[in-house]
Design a binder for this molecule. Structure first.
Ligand code: G6P
Length: 612
């Protein structure tokens, strides 16, 4: 949460920072701010609202500078407002700081400063930390760098901070623990970001800063130190990301672009790994750990949000194909319970961003208990990718829309390949079924492409139901987590209250909600439970509910019962979720647009949740 950007070098800093902030708005968009140092000294501009709103108010201001930092906020301490927006300035007015994360012991630090006569202009933990740093600098008569190191040893919580000092206009000091920080290396210039998007048109060489490191960034020099003042080695990574991947490319919204990209992203995920004709799946991370995977006593999947739904589907797939017990945990619960994790257990962490704070800590906890960590991550070089023992990237490309779409189907593709590979090596799948599933997996991009051609049908359905205040999503078996995902998408994007339920379970509560105003979305593709779900549809119709059904081509029963149907290409039930979820993504998108919601940046949400 919160996006941070910094620049130092010969170019104009402000346009780089503003463009970088717009690209990082997926991380938070409550308020925006920039700090620059130019010949007029330290300039700080900040405002409640999105980046474009700040930009408008800054026309005509003295923005020319070659050093600067910028921030787009997802509020933790203090409501979104001009005064709580970052950057914050210190009591002397000399230091400016932006921060992503939470300082957990800020109350105690604040009290110490209050006792010394400090006053505060915001409700934020950030202003407290900045003044704490300034107080140390003043008392110890030390450099800013030294003061930051001393201060951070007292800090509990997570942070990335970027600090400017008006008296030292050729240096940005940055530090991280638990939140991401990337530094791009140019010729005589450096770029800083929460991710690499602010710098991709300028450099392909980046350094991912590690926890407890402090970066001293000048135009022509980058030094990393630990909190003990020892120099750290710079590991330079080559970026594999193109500018086009983070632009809308003619679509109205990133979400729509990302939904429509799925034939390609699923293909990219399978490419080089799956060869149905040869009957092979090549996944180095799985192969290198095949013995541990085959012999795992248990697989524990940890994830949050949409990634957790991918985990639920994987539970069904892995148990069915590999006969290994699987448990799926919300990372936020797992990290605070006292879970039983033994040596020989495999923990699969699923995360689009690779930065979700709860998932990161859950992994660390499992690691301490001797589990092997397998990361399924989209963002290359992210923290979860780096701390996992092994893993597989989903190769879905940058996902900018806050609600996850293409990352989800890519996660399912990776998890299914992984399950198939383990099952094959373990001997728990027949040759025929293995081969059938490989060919079916290979066909998914084409099937997705064909259903997307009928997206307008979903648009029509969306128009019909956009006025609903509640909705129910039902599915059975592999389609139950798809129903959960459909409900999550609808509430995220259109703010319609929605619940996902196993179709049979609705009799134990949700059925009480059914009346002629309630749309009930059934994920009812052909599978072993088809006859059962037909009965569930009857039960809803008998109570006058409105039924929207996602059905397989050739289904002759449900069209006669449902109010609206959307037909998808047939697929084996293990493969079906990758296909049946797409109409649900479209439904939430079109309803959100019809209601005038900001579908790419829904209120209160953030894409990368780096606070717990
Ligand atoms: C946020 C996003 C969701 C995402 C979840 C988990 O809530 O808005 O789209 O599913 O975080 O994120 P991760 O990056 O770990 O998959």
């Amino acid at each position: 949460m919160c996006g941070i950007v910094g620049y130092i070098g010969p170019r104009e800093a402000y346009p780089i920072i503003i463009t970088g902030l717009k690209r990082q708005e997926y991380r938070g968009y409550d308020s925006t701010g920039v700090a620059l140092i130019n010949r007029d000294g330290l300039q700080v501009y900040k405002k409640k609202g999105k980046v474009a709103e700040l930009e408008e108010t800054l026309l005509g201001k003295p923005l020319s500078a070659h050093i600067g930092i910028g921030h787009t906020r997802w509020a933790t301490h203090g409501e979104p407002s001009d005064r709580n927006a970052h950057p914050h300035t210190s009591a002397s007015g000399k230091l400016a700081m932006i921060h992503n994360g939470i300082i957990e012991n800020y109350g105690q630090l604040k009290q110490e400063l209050l006792n010394k006569g400090y006053t505060f202009t915001s409700d934020t933990d950030t202003e407290v930390l900045l003044n704490f740093i300034e107080e140390i600098k003043k008392n110890n008569k030390c450099s800013l760098e030294e003061a930051i190191r001393i201060a951070l040893k007292r800090v509990a919580g997570a942070y990335v901070i970027l600090v400017l000092d008006a008296d030292n206009p050729d240096t940005i000091i940055a530090a991280r623990k638990g939140s991401p920080l990337v530094i791009g290396i140019g010729k005589g210039e450096h770029f800083l970001g929460s991710d690499a998007t602010p710098m991709i048109e300028y450099t392909k060489e980046v350094v991912y800063v590690n926890d407890y490191e402090v970066a001293i960034v000048k135009a022509d020099e980058l030094i990393l130190k630990n909190l003990g003042n020892e120099r750290q080695t710079l590991y330079i990574t080559k970026l594999d990301m193109e500018l086009a991947a983070i632009e809308k490319g003619g679509y109205d919204h990133f979400m729509l672009k990302e939904i429509f990209e799925q034939p390609h992203t699923i293909y990219d995920c399978l490419r080089g790994r799956l060869d149905a004709k040869a009957g092979t799946i090549t996944m180095k991370g799985v192969q290198d750990n095949i013995e541990q995977l085959i012999n795992a006593n248990r697989i524990i999947i940890v994830a949050c949000g949409t990634s957790w739904h991918a985990g639920l589907i994987a539970e069904y797939v892995i148990e069915e194909l590999c006969r290994i017990p699987v448990e799926v945990e919300y990372a936020s619960e797992f990290r605070y319970r006292n879970p039983i994790v033994n040596k020989g257990d495999v923990v699969i962490a699923i995360s689009q961003s690779g930065e979700t704070a709860d998932t990161l800590v859950a992994i660390e906890k499992a690691k301490e208990n001797g589990a092997i960590i397998f990361g399924i991550v989209n963002v290359v070089g992210s923290s979860i990718a780096r701390i996992s023992h092994a893993g597989a990237y989903t190769h879905a490309g940058p996902e900018i829309g806050v609600a996850s779409t293409k990352a989800f189907t890519a996660q399912l593709a990776v998890l299914t390949m992984m399950a198939l590979k383990i099952a094959k090596e373990k001997g728990t799948i027949t040759e025929e079924y293995y081969s059938k599933l490989l060919f079916e997996l290979e066909d998914v991009p084409e099937k997705v492409e064909s259903l997307l051609k009928n997206a307008d049908e979903i648009k029509t359905i969306a128009e019909k139901y956009k006025g609903a205040s509640d909705a129910l999503f039902l599915g059975r078996g592999y389609n139950f987590p798809v129903a959960l995902e459909g409900a999550l998408k609808l509430k995220e994007i259109s703010y319609i209250h929605a619940e996902g339920y196993p179709a049979a379970e609705m009799k134990h509560g949700p059925i009480a909600l059914v009346d002629e105003n309630l749309p009930v979305v059934f994920v009812a593709t052909k599978d072993a439970y088809h006859a059962k779900i037909v009965s569930n549809i009857q039960e809803i119709k008998a109570r006058k509910g409105k039924v929207i059904a996602i059905i397989s081509e050739g289904d002759e029963v449900i069209p006669g019962m449902a109010d609206d149907v959307f037909v998808v290409p047939p697929a084996d039930e293990i493969i079906a979720p990758m296909i049946s979820v797409i109409p649900l993504q479209l439904l939430s998108y079109y309803i959100g647009v019809a209601k005038g919601c900001d579908v790419d940046k829904p209120r209160n949400l953030a894409k990368s949740v780096t606070v717990e």
